[in-house]
Write a protein that binds this ligand. Structure first.
Ligand code: NAD
Length: 504
C-alpha cells in the first residue's frame, strides 16, 4: 500500500467520529448540539464531499458559552501562575501525543499538505509551552518611587475573552491565540472558522482531558456574521482577539463599539520581499519560493510581492520559475505533495478572479494557474505573474493563494516606495549583503516584522503583528499579556506629605 493510501486509511479512521456525530459545540465541559438543532455542512477541499455537519450557533448558544466562561473566571483567574503553568504544559504534552491525528485531520479539513501539517501540532504544543512558562510572571509590573510616594503597578486578567480564528492553519493559530489568554488568567469563548472547524474540537477535548477546569474554555461553532458577531457584541466579553481579513476586523471594531470592546487584530498582508543585486540569490530564491508556495500560499506572512532589482531580474525570475515548476501539486495526504487544494470553492473564486484581473491589467502569467487535481478540488499550481506594475490590483491586494507577482525596481528609493505603497504592513523580507542598506531599508519599511536575509523564522519571545491595515497589537513575549490583562497602579504615601487644604 502506498504512503498516500495508508494516510487516507488513517485519516478516515480518525474522521469517523466526526462523520457520525458532527462537530458539536463544547460548553462548560460538555459537547452539545446548537440549542435550536441547526447545523451546516463542512466539506473537504480534496473532493468537495461533506465530512460532517457542524453546529450552527445562535444567541442562546453564545449566551450559554459566555455564562460558562464568566462563571469559571473567578477560579481560573485566582489560581497561581505556577498552577496554570502546570496545566498548560500538560495540554502541550497531550497535543504532542496526538500529533499524527491532528495533522491528518487538519490536512483533510483544509487541503494543506501533510508535509506542513505534520508540524502544526508540534508548533501548537510549543505555543502552549511558551505561554505556560510566562504564566507565573503575568501579574508582574514595576515599582517607581518619588520622595513622597511609592508606586506599584500590577496586572490582572481582563475577564472572559472572545477568540475568533480563520481557516488557514486553524489548529496552530487557535493555540497561538488561546494559550496566552489562558496563561494570563482569562477564560475563553472560541469561535473557529466555519470552513475548518475540526481540530478546534479536538483541541478543547485535549485541554480538558489534561486538567483544564470546565468552563474555562468554551468552543462555539457557527457563521461569522451570526455566532462570531454575537460574541463581539456580548457585554460580558471583555476583549476580542481576532485573526482574519482586514475587512472583518473593521466590522468587528464597529460591532464591539457599543460595549467598548478591547480588540487585538492579526489581519491580512501583501508582504514585499525585496531582492537587491548584491544578495545571495540562491538563498533568496529558496526563501521566496518557500514563503509563497508553502501552506498553499494561504499564509498571512507570505512573500506575495517580489521586488527585484532590474539588473538581476531576468536571472532571478528564471531561478524561481525552475523551482516553482518542480513543486508537486497533489493530494495533501501524499507525503511528496507541497501544494494541495485551496480551502473552499468560495475562496477559489476569489483567487481565480485575480488571474482575470491581472491579465486584463496587462500582467503576464509566466507559470501556474488553476489545474485539475485528484478528487476534483480547487487546485492552483504555483503561479508567477511578471510584467507587473506597482499600480495594478494584483500588486496591491491580498490574493491569499500560491500566486507571486514580480515587480522590478532600479534604485533603493524606488524599492522602498513600492514596498510601502500598500494598505497592508504585516511582514517584509529583505535580501542584501550591504549592511548599511539593510539597517536603513529595514527601518523604513512599513511592516510590523522584517526578516533580513531570511524567510519567516519565528522566535516566540519576539513580537508578532502588523501595522496599517494588517493589525492592531502584538502577540508573543510579554506583549500578549498587555492585551489580556489590565494594568493597575497603586500609589502609597510614604511620608506625611503636604496636602493642599481647601475649604479651611
Ligand atoms: P475572515 O475574516 O473571513 O474570517 C475569520 C473569522 O472571523 C472566521 O471565524 C469567521 O467566521 C469570523 N467572522 C467573519 N465575519 C465576522 C463578523 N462579522 N463578526 C465576527 N466574526 C466574524 O478570514 P478568513 O478568510 O477565515 O482568513 C483569511 C484571512 O486571515 C486573510 O486575510 C489572512 O491574511 C488573515 N490572517 C492573518 C494572520 C495574521 O497573523 N496577521 C494570520 C492568519 C490569517
Amino acid at each position: 500500500m502506498s504512503e498516500l493510501e495508508k494516510n487516507k486509511k488513517k485519516a478516515s479512521f480518525f474522521l469517523q467520529k466526526f462523520n457520525e456525530i458532527g462537530v458539536l459545540n463544547h460548553i462548560n465541559g460538555k459537547s452539545e448540539p446548537a440549542l435550536a438543532g441547526e447545523t451546516f455542512e463542512n466539506i473537504s477541499p480534496i473532493d468537495l464531499k461533506v465530512i460532517c455537519n457542524v453546529a450552527r450557533s445562535r444567541l442562546e448558544d453564545v449566551d450559554l458559552a459566555v455564562e460558562a466562561a464568566k462563571k469559571a473566571f473567578s477560579e481560573w483567574s485566582s489560581m497561581t501562575g505556577q498552577d496554570r503553568k502546570k496545566i498548560l504544559h500538560a495540554i502541550a504534552d497531550a497535543i504532542e501525543s496526538r500529533a499524527d491525528e491532528i495533522a491528518l485531520i487538519e490536512s483533510v479539513d483544509t487541503g494543506q499538505s501533510l508535509r506542513f501539517m505534520s508540524k502544526a501540532a508540534l508548533r501548537g504544543a510549543a505555543n502552549f509551552r511558551f505561554f505556560a512558562d510566562q504564566a507565573p510572571y503575568g501579574k508582574d509590573g514595576e515599582s517607581t518611587f518619588t520622595n513622597s510616594q511609592t508606586n506599584m503597578t500590577m496586572r490582572y486578567p481582563i475577564g472572559p475573552v472572545g477568540i475568533i480564528t480563520p481557516w488557514n492553519t486553524p489548529f496552530m493559530l487557535s493555540t497561538w491565540k488561546i494559550a496566552p489568554a489562558l496563561a494570563a488568567g482569562c477564560t475563553v469563548v472560541h469561535k473557529p472558522a466555519e470552513f475548518s472547524p475540526l481540530t478546534a474540537k479536538i483541541l478543547i477535548e485535549i485541554a480538558e482531558a489534561a486538567g483544564l477546569p470546565k468552563g474555562v474554555w468554551n468552543t462555539i461553532n457557527g457563521y461569522g456574521e451570526e455566532a462570531g458577531k454575537l460574541i463581539t457584541e456580548h457585554p460580558d466579553i471583555k476583549a476580542i482577539s481576532f485573526v482574519g481579513e482586514s475587512a472583518t476586523g473593521s466590522m468587528i471594531m464597529k460591532q464591539g463599539s457599543d460595549t467598548l470592546k478591547r480588540v487585538h487584530f492579526e489581519l491580512g498582508g501583501k508582504n514585499a520581499v525585496v531582492v537587491f543585486e548584491d544578495a545571495d540569490l540562491e538563498r533568496a530564491a529558496d526563501a521566496v519560493v518557500f514563503m509563497i508556495y508553502s501552506l498553499n500560499g494561504e499564509r498571512c506572512t507570505s512573500s506575495s510581492r517580489l521586488l527585484v532589482q532590474e539588473s538581476v531580474r531576468e536571472k532571478f525570475v528564471q531561478m524561481i520559475l525552475k523551482k516553482a515548476e518542480r513543486i508537486k501539486v497533489g493530494h495533501p495526504l501524499d507525503p511528496d505533495t507541497t501544494v494541495g487544494p485551496l480551502i473552499h470553492p468560495i475562496h477559489e473564486e476569489k483567487v481565480k478572479k485575480y488571474f482575470e484581473i491581472g491579465q486584463k491589467e496587462g500582467a503576464t502569467l509566466l507559470t501556474g494557474g488553476p489545474i485539475d487535481g485528484p478528487g476534483g478540488g480547487p487546485y492552483i499550481a504555483p503561479t508567477i505573474f511578471t510584467d507587473v506594475t506597482r499600480d495594478m490590483r494584483i500588486a496591491k491586494e491580498e490574493i491569499f493563494g500560491p500566486v507571486l507577482v514580480v515587480i522590478p525596481f532600479n534604485s533603493e528609493q524606488e524599492a522602498l516606495e513600492i514596498a510601502n505603497e500598500t494598505d497592508y504592513g504585516l511582514a517584509g523580507y529583505l535580501w542584501t549583503n550591504n549592511v548599511t542598506r539593510a539597517f536603513q531599508f529595514s527601518q523604513s519599511m512599513e511592516a510590523g516584522m522584517i526578516w533580513v536575509n531570511s524567510e519567516n523564522v519565528r522566535h516566540l519571545p519576539t513580537p508578532f503583528g502588523g501595522v496599517k491595515s494588517s493589525g492592531i497589537g502584538r502577540d508573543g513575549g510579554d506583549w500578549s499579556f498587555d492585551f489580556y490583562m489590565e494594568t493597575k497602579n497603586i500609589s502609597f504615601a510614604i511620608t506625611e506629605h503636604k496636602i493642599t487644604k481647601l475649604g479651611g
